[in-house]
Design a binder for this molecule. Structure first.
Ligand code: PEP
Ligand code: MG
Length: 560
């Protein structure tokens, strides 16, 4: 039956796909005891679900080829063996027949019992089998709960997957991308989280804060993810699909309209030229940045190279990525940010400190890099080699005080910039300007630290807003200090690419915007409608506002 779950749009777009739950174990399971006359029917349901799970594994094996098949077949074998394990099957039957458990509750009980056994084992290999047990039993639970009709299943088999999860770690998202993932529905999370940024970069539509997603969506349900309206439509109707096709046509039309701006100048209505840079991480970001007429790359987040694999990337691997970026931009300036690991960007190789009580305030960014000189110098060498292919600047994340910049400065001679994302750095920006060639304001983090509101926590949306007067005063302070010191200041947080903030940033005196390349033409279009002198003349009044509501109202007035 069609139903609609509301969420917040974290990355625009639409996608039609099959639901893939990350945590099927969270399904609500009926724990009421069975009546005697229900037992045979429920045993039949249980065995039907076990057969479905076996069939799925066989089908999965049939779909895989090449190297991936070799790797995945190993776990398919392990899962198939578990599904046929006589002890597991007998245990399940007994729980239903003797214990009067419903099949879902019996599966859960067996899963928890077996997991506890594996967890207690000394041998790390055997201990890791716990995951197999969890996955295989979750597969049966989801088969048991599935409500998909046969026709829908036929359509679903032809489309890719939409991930349904509580929240997705950036490392997982990086791994899933490219494996047929079409979009993400998160039951929690916020639009400023790194996963949301990554989804935008990968062009994956994403919803966050979709409260009931995990309990109302089942594996293989057909989902129309509408990350324009902020809805996940479960079991969409023909009308929904027609709406999706209309959106696809409209998106293509808008693309053609905006494409005309690709070679246009980035200029306000009163003729002030601005610099629009790209936040680019992948080859396709770089291609898009060029195609949309970016003036360069203002932020290349290198940590994504570290998040993908269980080993640290070698100098050669990094060099190739950076060189391709530099060459891809064909002589335009490229800003490479040194690794910003830690906090929510814990690397798979384990460099980031684990178990910190407060990782967002812990050893992250440059603090971490300076504690791992060998890893850091490998990265620097790779950047220096790439700098032979075109103009490169280096940006340092999470700087708090000048000595960190001075320590990095000793390592090489490329233009060096500090990210301004720690309040102390913003307040004492004049000191950082003395040891930096340029600045880039990381508003995603700066806002979270100034407002003491986790950027990934959607319960704080009313506090975590860049319209907060205290935050705007700090932004204005940094931008003015850069202008007085005659050093470039760019802004590379998400608001740079959000047309709702373009007028505000012009008003504060910002000249360089760095954003995901998909936003460049939108911002260019918006700039042409705005009058720079008019906005600047209202800066002091706006900065005297007391509340973010007042800021919003005032902005509305002066841009009408
Ligand atoms: C920021 O904090 O604004 C920023 C651009 O860096 P990241 O989002 O990678 O933390
Ligand atoms: Mg940051």
């Amino acid at each position: 039956m069609r139903h609609v779950l509301a969420g917040t749009v974290a990355a625009h777009g639409m996608a039609l796909g099959r639901a893939r739950l990350v945590h099927p174990s969270r399904y609500t399971v009926d724990t009421r005891p069975l009546a005697d006359e229900e037992i045979n029917g429920e045993l039949h349901r249980l065995h039907h679900a076990l057969d479905t799970a076996r069939l799925e594994l066989r089908e999965l094996r049939g779909r895989l080829h090449g190297a991936l098949a070799r790797e995945v077949n190993e776990f398919i074998d392990a899962h198939t063996m578990l599904l046929d394990d006589p002890e597991l099957l007998r245990g399940l039957d007994d729980l239903v027949r003797i214990g009067h458990y419903r099949p879902g509750a019996a599966l859960q009980k067996q899963r928890d019992r077996l997991c506890a056994v594996f967890e207690a084992m000394d041998d790390p290999y055997l201990r890791s089998r716990k995951e197999d047990v969890e996955q295989v039993i979750n597969r049966v639970i989801s088969a048991l709960q599935r409500q998909t009709s046969p026709e829908e299943r036929k359509l679903a088999a032809r489309v890719g997957e939409i991930l349904i999860a509580d929240s997705v770690a950036p490392a997982d998202m990086a791994q899933l991308a490219g494996n047929g993932l079409l979009g993400v529905v998160g039951s929690s999370g916020s639009t400023y989280s790194h996963s949301a940024i990554l989804a935008r970069s990968l062009g994956l539509p994403m919803l966050v804060g979709t409260r009931d997603a995990l309990s109302h969506i089942h594996d293989d349900d057909l989902i129309l993810l509408d990350a324009e309206r902020g809805e996940a439509v479960v079991h969409p109707t023909a009308q929904d699909l027609a709406h999706y096709r209309a959106w696809q046509r409209e998106a293509a039309n808008e693309g053609r309209r905006l494409a005309k701006l690709a070679n246009a100048p980035s200029r306000t209505r009163d003729g002030i030229e601005l610099c629009l840079l790209a936040n680019a991480e992948t080859g396709s970001d770089v291609a898009m940045a060029r195609a949309r007429g970016a003036d360069g790359v203002g932020l290349y987040r290198t940590e994504f190279l570290f998040l993908k694999k269980k080993v640290l990337p070698s100098e050669e691997e990094q060099f190739i990525a950076y060189r391709d970026l530099v060459m891809g931009m064909g002589g335009l300036p490229v800003t490479i940010r040194t690794m910003d690991l830690g906090a929510d960007k814990a690397d798979a190789a384990g460099l980031a400190t684990r178990g910190e009580e407060n990782p967002a305030l812990g050893v992250r960014g440059v603090r971490l890099s300076l504690r791992h000189p060998a890893v850091f110098s490998t990265q620097i060498r790779a950047i220096l080699r790439a700098a032979c292919y075109g103009p490169v600047r280096v940006l340092v994340p999470m700087v708090t005080q000048p000595d960190e910049m001075i320590a990095v400065r000793t390592l090489f001679k490329l233009p060096l910039g500090a990210m301004i994302e720690v309040p102390a750095a913003a307040i004492n920006v004049r000191a950082l300007l003395q040891c930096s060639d340029f600045l880039s304001i990381g508003t995603n983090d700066l806002a979270q630290y100034v407002l003491a509101a986790d950027r990934g926590n959607d319960a704080l949306d009313n506090i975590y807003t860049p319209l907060q007067p205290a935050f705007l005063r700090l932004l204005s302070h940094v931008i003015s200090a850069g202008r007085r010191a005659n050093k470039p200041v760019s802004l590379c947080g998400e608001i740079a690419g959000d047309v709702n903030f373009t007028a505000l940033l012009l008003l504060l005196g910002l000249k360089e915007f760095s954003m995901h390349p998909s936003q460049i033409l939108h911002v260019r279009e918006r700039l042409a409608t705005l009058d720079h002198a008019h906005l600047r003349s209202h800066a002091s009044k706006l900065l005297r506002a007391y509340t973010h509501e007042q800021v919003e109202a005032f902005l509305g007035e002066i841009t009408r």
